[in-house]
Design a protein around this ligand. Structure first.
Ligand code: FAD
Ligand code: NAD
Length: 466
């Protein structure tokens, strides 16, 4: 067995682990990154990037179909056809290009990448078996765990055959005629919409009474309406009983207790993800847990000295930008900086049609935690010129602020193209902006950003365009 030592050993080359390694390398910290699959992790290979590529392609396909019908824009075009292998090749090309970029950045910052699955021996020692079967034992001063998460499964619906997770749904060998999606969260809605726009019949079965139940009802209403307009069958407040592969039906129990079947050729299970805590010796460390996730403090330290954890392994919110921010911070702390992970907000975007963005507190949070001390106001996109020219009048921008000093504590928006407002929302929260800061900023016309300014003006009682 080969042996070596390093200062920082990172297990997992997803957005959390590779960003931590790059920053550590930049700071001159001797760093080894162990990745058992592909650099870039879930996000790059089977998550954020391939899903957004397919969402874009499905939008384009659906737009072309609309033009082939009776487009109000006066565009007349022949009915489009889909070349699935070319589409998947285009998506994989984007992923490959970005993965090459990650490898180049790691190399540039002096990180040694060790391919192979890591097994934890103790808090300072990890064994790696590479593809050739050769074993390497790596000793380290600091161990950073960034092993991510795996799709959750349902007891009556094991993966295999027609029952797939998002990983398989992002690279389908063919499109099913009928897809049933279990779970109306991020993945279920993003990918369910893709399949529907590409021409499949889609039904969604959700346990709770609303789509995107983590968000407030008003924010998700335009998404539910759009799904219905697209022809997606929504079965809300329903329990999945099991999959009858022979009959090709999903057995479901409705909210009233009555059972019914949903016929399908494929079932996408999207009921959340679980931290990847098993299969690589993590349990030998006996770390304090926070539910099913590894417990961490505000510096991402675990309960064992010099063992750190970041990203999906540490639980919700399971978002790539959170993992990256934690990774960058841990590298800096190991490099001697004083840092804490205490963001004013971690914005989240759901790439549904229309898109949903949230950052900071919602009015529901405000009602629960800050009764009477907060105010909120929203501006409809129907009154925004840019939104109308983009055929996206459905939706709004909402601001939540403290009554006392007008300090902004939250933003939400729903509408086509609003994902890009996440930057403005995050900055205003992080910089401690007050309503007047946003209201008095000149926003370019015509842009969706004007709805941000108008929401702040409305909260001050002086909206101009509504
Ligand atoms: P991961 O990206 O999961 O990386 C963990 C890495 O560790 C993997 O490469 C794995 O191979 C490696 N590993 C695990 N165990 C070992 C071991 N023992 N030895 C060696 N290597 C190991 N988030 C967003 O912010 N925006 C989005 O739009 C978005 N879209 C998504 C769409 C889908 C379909 C999915 C599934 C997820 C999406 N996410 C999105 C979530 C995002 O992918 C995750 O939050 C993010 O990847 C977490 O990063 P991580 O570094 O913690 O873990
Ligand atoms: P999710 O938590 O977003 O949604 C899961 C949904 O499944 C929920 O609505 C839940 O009520 C429902 N559900 C749970 N058990 C069920 C059952 N037995 N029957 C029917 N419905 C059931 O999880 P996800 O969509 O699997 O995504 C996993 C994670 O990946 C997300 O939490 C998010 O952190 C990340 N992600 C982010 C993005 C993005 O940022 N745009 C996109 C995709 C995924």
């Amino acid at each position: 067995m080969k042996t070596e030592t390093t200062t920082l050993l990172v297990i997992g080359g997803g957005p959390g682990g590779y960003v931590a390694a790059i920053r550590a390398g930049q700071l001159g910290i001797p760093t080894v990154l162990v990745e058992g699959d592909r650099l870039g992790g879930t996000c790059l290979h089977v998550g954020c990037i391939p899903s957004k590529a397919l969402i874009h392609a499905a939008d384009e396909f659906e737009r072309a179909r609309r033009h082939a019908g009776s487009s109000p824009l006066g565009i007349r075009a022949p009915a489009p056809e889909l070349d699935l292998p070319t589409l998947l090749g285009w998506k994989d090309g984007i992923v490959a290009r970005l993965a090459g970029g990650v490898a180049a950045l790691l190399k540039k910052s002096g990180v040694r990448v060790q391919s192979g699955r890591a097994t934890i021996v103790d808090g300072k020692t990890v064994d790696v078996v590479d593809a050739a079967g050769e074993r390497v034992r790596i000793g380290c001063a600091h161990l950073l765990l960034a092993t991510g998460s795996r799709p959750a499964s349902l007891p009556g619906l094991p993966y295999g055959g027609a029952v797939v997770s998002s990983t398989e749904a992002l690279s389908p060998p063919s499109l099913p005629r009928r897809l049933v999606v279990v779970g109306a969260g991020y993945i279920g809605l993003e990918l369910g919409t893709v399949y529907r726009k590409l021409g499949c019949e889609v039904a969604i079965v959700e346990a709770l009474p609303r789509v995107l139940p983590a968000y407030d009802a008003e924010l998700t209403r335009p998404v539910a309406s759009s799904l219905r307009r697209l022809g997606v069958d929504l079965h809300l407040g329903c329990a999945v009983e099991g999959w009858d592969a022979g009959a090709g039906v999903l057995r479901v129990k409705g909210g009233d207790g009555a059972g019914f079947d949903v016929a399908a050729d494929r079932v996408l299970v999207a009921v959340g993800r679980r931290p990847a805590t098993s299969g690589y010796g993590l349990e030998t460390l006996r770390l304090a847990m926070a539910g099913s996730a590894v417990g961490i403090d505000a510096e991402c330290r675990t309960s064992m000295r010099d063992v750190w954890a970041i990203g999906d392994l540490t639980g919700e919110p399971m978002l790539a930008h959170r993992a990256m921010a934690q990774g960058e911070m841990v590298a800096e702390i190991i490099g001697g900086a004083r840092r804490r992970f205490a963001p004013a907000a971690i914005p989240a975007v759901c790439y549904t049609d229309p898109e949903v963005v949230v950052a900071g507190l919602s009015p529901d949070d405000a009602a629960a935690r800050h009764e009477g001390t907060l105010t909120s106001a929203q501006f409809p996109l129907a009154a925004n010129g840019r939104a109308l020219t983009l055929e996206s009048a459905d939706g709004f921008v909402r601001v939540v602020a403290r009554r006392s000093d007008h300090r902004i504590v939250g933003w939400q928006a729903v509408g086509r193209g609003v994902a890009e407002l996440a930057a403005a929302f995050g900055q205003s929260l992080e910089m401690g902006a007050v309503l007047e800061d946003v209201a008095h900023t000149i926003h370019a016309h015509p842009t969706l950003g004007e709805a941000v300014q108008e929401a702040a003006l409305r909260a001050l009682g002086r909206a101009l365009h509504a």
